[in-house]
Write a protein that binds this ligand. Structure first.
Ligand code: ADP
Ligand code: MG
Length: 886
């Protein structure tokens, strides 16, 4: 193969120097892709490929105009590619090119997705300790999250891999940088890849060194701040890796990361990934955002408000004072319907100012962006005034909230922008018309001269008409002819001598004059001068805005908070939600509670919940489809909503704050993935038994169902005892194992509740009402009776049930003889045993059965429930049924 030279050679060698998948290289007014990259980009984005010859070889080539790169970049990165961008610059000996940025999912500033775009790093502390690079005290994981589009930067610590997943699930990062040890943690990486739509990127190992991290954090956030945070080495290492990645990819937004926040576990409610999914917080089990709790309660006006509300929902709090303050704001706004409408209308004028701050820092903000900053800054005083005018709002924490940003600095910046930017600036920053008159003396002079020339040109046609008595004269400009005087054909012969003919058209002729040419030259000079000067002044203005990134973030955060609170108020007012009383105790008292999502689409039957120290474990029974799962989720959702400061769907509620919500709810999705449901179920149960505390809320839905009955009951039984005696968490346990209702008599804090059903005119209705006590055991037989199952069968079923209750063996009845002697179900062993044969020996197994039945039974016996995928089981049962029918 011949070595490529020339421009293609330059492309290939630049490409080799980056770890990007694709390189876009500036060649004059275009960004070009060559060779494989050209074909890939063309395939992905429907670009046309042409051939570029270079020293005897020919290479595929595709390109996009300079100003059009952004949408292509965005599309490629969103498809998971890393794209390097090489810019061209002038040198003494011509031009040179250099990679200035590598764009990745986590550093894509240009995204139009309004969700937070977190870049995450994970460091395993055990590894640091083992290699002697960290202190052994720092075992556990360190995590760092940065959203380059808004400058948000957070660090968190996690005890184990499950905690890591919990945090990742919460932040939903678009790109993850695993530390050296995490790269070989296959289980964790697989989980990350399976459960999240994220790109996993291997960043250089040295970037994860804790010392480097500490240094980088100090440089970025100030060493005092970092000392105050006092995070462990794994976390420092993770933060360092994120900072170095942002720097190396050249996003140029480090300056917008003005603050670091530490996400401490002890102020937040533990909400593991499974629980977040089971409660359908941000997406349903099917993966849709419609029908999730978030979509249901979201009435925000701004993207920043939406991001914040989502953050609240995924990170409920434990601090009574924080929650009560939010509640007070929600309460004030929930009552003031008109003011709320006005407030939301004002918020509607706000732009995503945190993102604009990042754009300014990055240097990509145009005049329209700065205008958006100005308009958004103007929203704050308007909201402040509105709040001040309404006594209810003025007395709420909202009043203090709007005053939190440096209002004077905000006003000054707003004034600067209002007095500098032109009214309707273009989206380019090099062509002038960005700034208004009076902003800069030198610029004013250029503008004035520019306007004079323009005025001369504008009035030229009129003057020429009058002076030379010409009709049909126009003066215009185009790319090829420049400025020209166009005269209609009829008058074209009467033009004065100094008119110089340049072109003949069908109905007219075009001329120029020396004077016009001179003016044109002057105009071009002035345009260029104005463009350059304005660009320079604009860049200064943009830097001034970038310098105030922190202020803009404060304002953005404040507006977002008001938006999120107003959204909660709107939902509360529109859905008759009430303010729950929050306490530090263990009481959970919900009167006429409803499920926040189900109530939107169903005539919902409200239900009470009453739990406290003496009644801490509810066994929930009831027929299939009666409403057990809904009831339990409803309780979890209400507690969760209360702990984000929201009102709740109930008539009245008192809620003792919890430190964690744990659920294990029937998981259809696991079944679809073909994983063994039972293994997953036990994993999750194990996690709950390990991590829940006496302040937690635990929801168990049909735990134990995935295995054989006796196994299942035993596990459920033992888990109940453990939760009751050791963990002492507030627990709701829905089960179809009736046996568990007996626990209420043996364990002091266990109580039975059931979903009531009613029978009228031969129809069974689920009342959806929760009542105290266990469900009626013979309910199923009752339904069979109603359905017209023959009387002897119903009677016999009652008889069998009675024996089961007494835990006696049941003998199977023979045919016509009425002699009850064929097979016996022994409750103590849970197995069938045959009657003794005449000779006293063991009966032949399955005697008297046809061969089909025997085969089925043998297969049934040999199949291992724990290792067979549920889908396979279903197929197998189908097959047996077919076999038996034959
Ligand atoms: P289970 O867990 O007992 O099998 P589910 O909780 O899944 O039952 O509920 C079955 C159906 O009944 C669901 O479609 C649900 O929307 C509806 N449902 C449950 N509780 C109520 C209620 N309180 N009011 C109205 N509909 C309900
Ligand atoms: Mg259920």
């Amino acid at each position: 193969m011949t070595e490529a030279t020339g421009i293609v050679g330059e492309f290939l060698s630049l490409k080799e120097g980056t770890d990007a998948d694709i390189l876009a290289m500036q060649c004059g007014d275009f960004y070009e892709f060559f060779a494989d990259d050209a074909e890939l980009v063309a395939d992905e984005l429907d670009l046309k490929v042409s051939q570029k010859s270079s020293h005897g070889s020919s290479y595929p080539m595709a390109g996009v105009p300079l100003d059009d790169l952004t949408p292509y970049l965005k599309a490629l990165v969103e498809r998971g590619y890393r794209v390097a961008v090489a810019d061209q610059y002038e040198t003494d000996s011509g031009h040179a090119r250099e990679v200035v940025r590598v764009v990745t999912p986590g550093t894509l500033l240009e995204t139009t997705d309004t969700d937070a775009q977190y870049l995450a790093a994970i460091v395993d502390g055990t590894e640091l300790a083992a290699t002697g690079r960290g202190r052994s005290a720092d075992a556990g994981y360190g995590l760092a999250f940065a959203d380059v589009t808004t400058g948000r930067f957070l660090v968190a610590e996690a005890e184990d891999a499950d905690d890591v997943l919990t945090e990742l699930y919460r932040f939903d990062p678009v790109e993850v940088l695993p530390g050296p040890a995490v790269r070989s943690a296959d289980d964790l990486l697989t989980e990350i890849r399976d459960r999240m739509e994220t790109t996993v990127t291997l960043h250089e190992t040295e970037a994860f060194a804790p010392k480097r991290g500490a240094h980088a954090m100090g440089e970025q956030f100030g060493s005092e701040t970092v000392d105050r945070l006092s995070v462990g080495e794994p976390t420092t290492a993770a933060a360092g890796a994120v900072l170095s990645y942002v720097e190396e990819t050249g996003a140029g937004v480090l300056a917008s990361m003005t603050r670091i926040q530490s996400h401490h576990g002890d102020d937040h409610v533990t909400l593991d990934a499974t629980t977040q999914r089971n409660l359908e917080l941000t997406e349903t089990m099917q993966g849709d955002s419609d029908g999730s709790l978030f979509t249901t309660i979201d009435h925000t006006e701004t993207s920043a408000g939406r991001r914040l509300l989502k953050e609240w929902l995924c990170r409920p709090r434990r601090s009574l004072s924080v929650l009560e303050r939010r509640q007070q704001s929600v309460a004030a706004l929930a009552m003031a319907a008109l003011a709320r409408d006005e407030l939301q209308a004002l918020l509607g004028d706000a732009y995503d100012i945190e993102r604009l701050a990042s754009k300014a820092t990055h240097g990509s903000a145009d005049a329209r962006d700065l205008q958006a900053v100005e308009e958004t800054l103007a929203v704050l005083p308007a909201i402040s005034e509105l709040i001040a005018e309404m006594p209810d709002l003025a007395d709420s924490p909202l009043a203090e909230l709007v005053d939190r940003p440096d209002r004077e600095a905000a006003r000054n910046l707003q004034t600067t922008l209002a007095e500098s930017l032109a009214d309707d600036p273009p989206s380019t920053v090099t062509q002038g018309e960005l700034l208004q008159k009076g902003y800069d003396e030198e610029l004013d002079e250029v503008i004035e001269r520019h306007e004079t020339v323009n005025a001369w040109l504008d009035s030229l046609a009129e003057r020429e008409k009058r002076q030379y008595s010409l009709s049909h004269v126009t003066v215009d400009r185009n790319r090829t002819d420049g400025y020209y005087i166009q005269v209609g054909k009829s008058a074209a012969d009467g033009v004065p001598d100094h008119y110089e003919h340049i072109k003949t058209l069908k109905n007219s002729k075009r001329f120029t004059t020396d004077e016009l040419e001179a003016k044109e030259r002057e105009l071009l000079r002035l345009e260029e001068q104005r463009g350059e000067l304005e660009h320079e002044l604009f860049a200064e203005l943009r830097d001034e805005v970038a310098d105030r990134a922190e202020l803009l973030q404060d304002v953005g955060r404040t507006l977002a908070t008001i938006d999120a609170v107003a959204s909660l108020a709107t939902h509360a007012a529109e859905n008759r939600w009430v303010q729950p009383t929050l306490t530090r105790g263990d009481r959970l008292d919900i009167e006429q509670g409803r499920h926040p999502v189900v109530e939107q689409t169903t005539e919902f039957v409200p239900n009470d919940v009453r739990m406290d120290d003496d009644r801490a474990f509810l066994v929930v029974t009831g027929p299939n489809m009666s409403g057990k799962s809904t009831y339990m989720r409803q309780v979890a959702c209400i507690v969760l909503l209360a702990q984000i400061g929201s009102f709740v769907p109930a008539k009245e509620a008192e809620i003792g704050l919890v430190d964690g919500i744990f659920t294990r709810v029937g998981a259809l999705d696991e079944l679809a993935q073909g994983r063994s449901t039972f293994m997953v179920e036990m994993n999750e149960l194990s996690n709950i038994l390990h991590t829940a505390t006496d302040d937690s809320l635990v929801i168990l839905d049909e735990v134990g169902r995935g295995t054989a009955t006796y196994d299942g009951i035993s596990i459920a039984w033992a888990a109940t005892e453990y939760l009751h005696n050791e963990v002492q968490a507030a627990t709701l346990f829905a089960t179809h194992y009736h046996e568990l209702t007996g626990l209420a008599e043996r364990l002091p804090r266990v109580a039975n509740v059931h979903v009531a059903a009613d029978e009228r005119d031969g129809e069974v209705t689920f009342l959806r009402t929760i009542r105290d006590g266990p469900t009626d055991r013979s309910y199923g037989i009752h339904v069979a009776d109603l359905a017209g199952v023959p009387d002897p069968v119903v009677d016999r079923a009652r008889d069998v049930l009675d024996r089961l209750r007494e835990e006696k063996a049941i003998e199977a009845r023979g045919g016509n003889t009425n002699e009850p002697v064929q097979t016996v179900f022994d409750l103590s062993s849970g197995q069938f045993r045959g009657p003794a044969n005449a000779d006293g020996g063991e009966p032949e197994p399955n005697a008297g059965l046809d061969s089909e039945t025997k085969t089925v039974l043998e297969e049934l016996e040999s199949i291992d429930v724990n290792t067979t995928a549920p889908v396979e089981l279903i197929a197998k049962v189908q097959e047996w049924q077919d076999q038996l029918e034959e």
